[in-house]
Structures are given as structure tokens and as C-alpha cells.
Design a protein. Structure first.
Ligand code: ZN
Length: 285
């Protein structure tokens, strides 16, 4: 099942995607909350109704006729791991971390899968992309074991951990440099775990203006998604709708030879096998 949020005719809908079409759950399921975190948290309650909706004959709209939004409207928190693919660690000239390196991206940086990405006034010449697999927390919890980790997520999506490199060097921690408005696009929808139970072994790519700049496989994560959930949940309760960026492979623009930065008009597409793609155009703020 593929969980999406879209707007059409000025109204926002939670819905399902199947075969290039989308259907509104908001219209079809009485009592469905409008808040995506609540729907994700109470998904089991509604699962049968979603399943019935997915096999419904009528009410489908072509994806081209709607505007897809972030499938989590406002995550409670966005957590992101650094230095988690061997080739990215090598290009950054770093040692393989023995502990997971985490930072927080502001929830307000969330962005739709096909919406513009701002080239910020504060740093117009250091904008970068990072192709990432994103895990979305469903049931969540605290002190989650590795065995229980798969059941704690609702599904997976494609993400771009957009980064303002110059600001990354302002401070020993990266949160502000990773939290500019529009710099956490995710989508195009959440592929739920019934369809994608294991997020490892998926091809992942960043394509900028038609040129492949990152290409790896999620099998190459240093700390895999389940380890990440175990580690994070020792510190904090993972809640429905929380979003986890799981690391980026080698090939980021800032460390490329010659250096590449995103500017107005550049088109950044991130693709992951089975999960689809997101594509944003960079626009001067
Ligand atoms: Zn990242």
C-alpha cells in the first residue's frame, strides 16, 4: 500500500496511490483524522478501510491531476544520520564511525516531493543534495529491540537531505545547516511495510539536470535502519510520523572534483527502487 497526501481543487486529502492513480481516504473513510501523524499512529484501526479503498472501482484520479505533498505534513521530529555509507566517509576524508552520528533537522524544513528547493539568500553558493532512504515511524516506542524495529515503522520514502555546506562549517554540529526552509523534501508517498518490508538492498540515485551524481544501494549502509532505530530509541520515544533520514552515499556536489553546487533552475531528482522518485527545482529565495 502507498500512503500519500495531495491537494486537488484547494482541498488537502490523505489517500492511496496505485498504478499511477490516487484515491482520497479523507472523502471515503468517515472519522479519518486530518492530521497525518494521527492517521499514521492509528493506522491499524483504519487498515481494513484502507484495504477496501485500495480495491475500490471508482473515485481514482490521475496523479498528474493532483499536487502531491509531503506524506507526513509536520513530523514531530526529523532525525538524520551522518557518515553512513563507506564511499561518502571516504570522500569526506573521515574514519568509519564506531558510534552513530546524529543531528536533527527542523520539522519546518519538510517539503513536498515535487516542490521547489530554496537557494538561500544567506548562502547562495553552497547548496547541496543528499539522496537518502527515509524511514517513517508508525507505532514507534522507546527502547526498541532490533527484532521489534521493523514493526515500529509504517513504511519508507525517498528523501533529499538538502544541505547548506558553508553553514555546516560554521559550527561543529550541523542542525542549522540542514534545517533551512524547504530543505527536507520527502515522498512521493510512503510505501508501507506490507509492500516494502525490508528497505535494504534498494538501488539509490541522485540525478541532477539529467546527470547521475550519486549511485549506490541501501545494502551499503554502515548502520542499517534497524540499528538506527535501536540506537535512537534508547534516547527518545519515537512517535508516529517521525522521519528518519538514513544517510547518503558518495557523490555529493560539495566534495566532487570539480566542486558542484546547486543554483537557480537546477533540477534534482532522487530515486530509490520500489519507492519511486522525488524531483525539485532549485529557486533563488
Ligand atoms: Zn544526510
Amino acid at each position: 500500500m502507498k500512503f500519500a497526501v495531495f491537494d486537488v481543487a484547494g482541498a488537502v486529502h490523505i489517500g492511496l496511490v496505485k498504478g499511477g492513480r490516487v484515491i482520497s481516504a479523507t472523502s471515503a473513510i468517515p472519522g479519518l483524522p486530518t492530521d497525518t501523524n494521527q492517521v499514521i499512529g492509528r493506522f491499524e484501526e483504519f487498515r481494513e478501510q484502507f484495504r477496501a479503498l485500495e480495491s475500490s472501482a471508482d473515485g481514482w484520479l490521475a496523479l498528474e491531476d493532483v499536487h502531491l505533498r509531503s506524506p507526513v505534513s509536520r513530523p514531530g521530529k526529523i532525525l538524520a544520520i551522518g557518515l553512513n555509507y563507506a564511499d561518502h566517509i571516504a570522500e569526506a576524508g573521515r574514519e568509519t564511525p564506531t558510534q552513530q552520528i546524529w543531528f536533527i533537522k527542523a520539522s519546518s524544513s519538510i517539503n513536498g516531493p515535487f516542490d521547489p528547493i530554496q537557494v538561500p539568500k544567506a548562502s547562495p553558493n553552497s547548496l547541496d543534495y543528499e539522496a537518502e532512504l527515509v524511514a517513517v515511524i508508525g507505532r514507534g516506542g522507546r527502547h526498541i529491540s532490533r527484532a521489534d524495529a521493523p514493526a515500529s515503522v509504517i513504511g519508507f520514502a525517498v528523501g533529499n537531505d538538502v544541505s547548506v555546506r558553508e553553514w555546516q562549517s560554521h559550527s561543529p554540529q550541523w542542525s542549522l545547516a540542514k534545517s533551512f526552509d524547504t530543505h527536507s523534501p520527502i515522498g512521493p508517498w510512503i510505501t508501507l511495510t506490507d509492500e516494502a518490508p525490508d528497505p535494504h538492498g534498494l538501488d539509490i540515485k541522485a540525478v541532477v539536470n539529467g546527470v547521475v551524481r550519486q549511485h549506490s544501494n541501501t545494502a551499503n549502509l554502515v548502520f542499517d535502519v534497524w540499528d538506527q532505530i535501536v540506537y535512537l530509541s534508547q534516547a527518545m520515544t519515537l512517535e508516529p510520523g517521525d522521519v528518519i533520514f538514513t544517510g547518503t552515499p558518495g557523490g555529493v556536489g560539495w566534495l566532487s572534483e570539480p566542486r558542484f553546487v546547486l543554483s537557480d533552475g537546477d533540477v534534482v531528482r532522487i530515486e530509490i527502487d520500489k519507492l519511486g522518485y522525488i524531483e525539485g527545482v532549485c529557486k533563488d529565495e
